[in-house]
Design a protein around this ligand. Structure first.
Ligand SMILES: [Zn+2]
Length: 90
């Protein structure tokens, strides 16, 4: 009678947002990415963040080369997002 344990566990908005960049980079482990995707499907608040971040990176990518693991670039992007009020949105 034991139910098969789910491969993924529900995550909250904070966890989803924390994984945002790695998710977009495709750097998450598969189960972690599925958890994020599952959360996005059920959450009304997070998808706009992810869509904005993705389009932001695409826009940045048109004018500059992003090193895949460039911490400086990531920090610059995060600061820009903060300037856009990203951190206040939660
Ligand atoms: Zn959420």
């Amino acid at each position: 009678m034991t139910a098969t344990p789910p491969l993924t566990t529900p995550i909250d908005c904070e966890t989803a947002v924390r994984r945002l960049w790695d998710y977009i980079d495709g750097a998450l482990a598969e189960h972690a990415a599925v958890e994020v995707a599952t959360h996005l499907a059920a959450c009304a608040k997070c998808p706009p963040h992810f869509a904005f971040a993705r389009s932001f990176l695409l826009a940045v990518g048109r004018t500059a080369t992003i090193a895949p693991h460039g911490a400086a670039t990531r920090e610059r992007v995060l600061r820009a997002l903060e300037a856009e009020g990203f951190s206040r949105a939660g």
